[in-house]
Design a protein around this ligand. Structure first.
Ligand SMILES: Nc1ncnc2c1ncn2[C@@H]1O[C@H](COP(=O)(O)OP(=O)(O)O)[C@@H](O)[C@H]1O
Ligand SMILES: [Mg+2]
Length: 218
C-alpha cells in the first residue's frame, strides 16, 4: 500500500505582492518515492517545495504532512512537528562559514539534543566521504564537498523526507551527478525525496517526475 507523506489538495499560493505562484495544485508524495519537480525558472518549484515541507503556507487548499493536516496549525507546533521528519537541502549551501565541517553538523545535532552527536556526525561524514575534511572550513572545500556537508547536516536529523531545491544548481555536471547518486543510495535506504531541478540530465535518477508551468502542475 502506498503511504502518502505529503498531500496537497487544491493548493494555491498568492504572495503578498499579488503574484500567483501556484494555481489549484493537487500533488501527493508517497513513502519511498524519489520525485523530481521540473519546470522553468519562476514556474513555482520552490513555492511547491516550501509548502509541501511546511515551511510556507498555502493561500488556499489543504496540506497534509505525515498524515496530519497542517493547514491551520500554529507555527510553533508546525516546526516541532517537522523536526526529525523533514530536512532541507538548498542550492546555496548555507553552511556556517566560521565553523569547521564537523562543527557545522554538531551545532545542528546539539540544538536538537540528540544522544551521542559526535559519533553520529563522524559516521555521517564518513558515509559522505568527508572524513579527511573534518577540520576544514566551508571556503576550503569544493562546491560538491560543501553540498555534501549540507546533506550531512540534513542527515544528522534522521529525516524520513529530504526536500532539495536545485541542489546541484551551482555544481558542474559531474559533481551534480555524484550528488544525485548519493540521493539515490539514501533513497534505497528508505529516505523519501522531493527534488526540484531544471537540469534535464538528472531526470533518469527520479522514480517519478512532475512538471510545473506557470504555477500549474501538468
Ligand atoms: N516571496 C515572494 N514574493 C513575491 N513573489 C514571489 C516570492 N517568491 C517567489 N515569487 C514569485 O512566484 C513565482 C514562482 O516562484 P518560485 O516558486 O521561486 O519558482 P521557481 O522555483 O520555479 O523558480 C515567480 O513569479 C516568483 O517571482
Ligand atoms: Mg526555485
Amino acid at each position: 500500500m502506498s503511504e502518502p507523506l505529503v498531500e496537497l489538495k487544491g493548493v494555491s499560493k498568492v504572495y503578498l505582492d499579488g503574484t500567483q505562484a501556484l494555481k489549484n495544485v493537487d500533488f501527493s508524495l508517497n513513502k519511498g518515492e524519489f520525485v523530481g519537480v521540473v519546470g522553468p525558472s519562476g514556474s513555482g518549484k520552490s513555492t511547491l517545495l516550501h509548502i509541501a515541507g511546511g515551511i510556507d503556507r498555502a493561500s488556499e487548499g489543504r496540506v497534509t504532512l505525515f498524515g496530519r493536516d497542517i493547514t491551520g496549525i500554529p507555527e510553533a507546533h508546525l516546526s516541532e512537528f517537522r523536526r526529525g521528519k523533514v530536512a532541507y537541502v538548498f542550492q546555496f549551501y548555507y553552511l556556517m562559514e566560521d565553523f569547521t565541517v564537523l562543527e557545522n553538523l554538531l551545532v545542528v545535532a546539539e540544538m536538537l539534543g540528540k544522544g551521542n552527536v559526535k559519533k553520529k556526525a563522524l559516521e555521517v561524514l564518513d558515509f559522505l566521504r568527508l572524513s579527511h575534511r573534518l577540520n576544514h572550513k566551508p571556503h576550503q572545500l569544493s562546491g560538491g564537498e560543501q553540498q555534501r556537508v549540507a546533506i550531512g547536516r540534513a542527515l544528522i536529523l534522521d529525516p524520513k523526507l529530504i526536500i532539495a531545491d536545485e541542489p546541484t544548481g551551482n555544481l558542474d555536471l559531474e559533481e551534480g551527478k555524484r550528488i544525485f547518486s548519493l540521493f539515490k543510495s539514501l533513497n534505497e535506504k528508505g529516505i523519501t525525496f522531493l527534488v526540484a531541478t531544471h537540469n534535464q540530465e538528472m531526470i533518469p535518477f527520479f522514480s517519478r517526475v512532475v512538471h510545473l508551468k506557470d504555477g500549474t502542475l501538468g
